[in-house]
Design a binder for this molecule. Structure first.
Ligand code: DCP
Length: 230
């Protein structure tokens, strides 16, 4: 950890309490969120919470992620209920650092992935209604803090190439069209802001570049991302 990246001196104290900041990192499947999180995890005073994908691939020996890709109509609700639970658990867990960076959110789970399953005709109306009621209840009754949304904006084609390269077993069935649908929902939500509530300001980082250039982009945006803390 480099001391030059320490933010300790910038801690804002309000009513004797340190102000904490929460940043959500959003973007399509294989948009490079993990690399971005790894990059910022090297900064002092930031805790990074990755998506609980390992849980989605193994709950008591079952693989709801794999099941969902095999048969979305049957298993979409199962996966998304579990995603909602595990993301909520992440959102309400006590912060151990002044800044938290979280991979995706309970909002994108609902507004992007559940919405996509339903809109593409793969989720029965009753499943969508039940998930929606759960979601509405949660956001009305439980505080889900967020100060900034960082959106890694990619083309679906780039994500498709990266997806093929990383070769995650469950994802082999994903066609380009699936990534296009997820992309369009993200753009409507965070760029055009015409579909659903956007709960914090959005910082867009173009993310089609190679790794070296992406690391440079993160460095360029470091202050903008971390200043929400002050
Ligand atoms: N997923 C889903 N429903 C959600 C959230 C995620 O079906 N509500 C799926 C999409 C992916 C898998 O879970 O198949 C993991 O999500 P990401 O691709 O976003 O995670 P990565 O770690 O792969 O992201 P990145 O490649 O950007 O680092």
């Amino acid at each position: 950890r480099s001391s030059s990246t320490s933010l300790t001196h910038r801690k804002l104290v309000r009513n004797g309490e340190e102000k904490k900041s929460v940043i959500w990192l959003e973007g399509n499947i294989a948009s490079g969120k993990t690399t971005c999180l790894e990059y910022f995890s090297k900064t002092s005073d930031i805790e990074v919470l990755t998506e609980p994908v390992s849980k989605w691939r193994n709950v008591k020996g079952c693989n709801p992620l794999g099941l969902m890709y095999q048969d979305p109509t049957r298993w979409g609700l199962t996966l998304q209920t579990y995603v909602q639970l595990t993301m909520l658990d992440r959102h309400v867990s006590p912060m151990s650092q002044p800044i938290r960076m979280l991979e995706r959110s309970i909002y994108s789970a609902k507004y992007i992935f559940v919405e996509n399953l339903f809109k593409s005709g793969k989720m029965p109306e009753v499943d969508f209604a039940v998930l929606s009621e759960w979601f509405e209840w949660i956001i009305k009754n439980i505080a889900i803090p967020v100060d900034l949304i960082v959106y890694l904006q990619t083309s679906p084609q780039t994500c498709y190439e990266r997806l093929k390269q990383r070769c995650r077993e469950e994802e082999k069935v994903i066609p380009l069209e699936y990534l296009e649908s997820i992309h369009n929902l993200y753009e409507d939500w965070l760029i055009h802001q015409k579909s659903f509530e956007v709960p914090a300001p959005v910082l867009v980082i173009p993310a089609d570049h190679d790794l070296k250039k992406m690391l440079h982009k993160y460095e360029e945006n470091r202050e903008k991302i971390l200043k929400v803390h002050c």
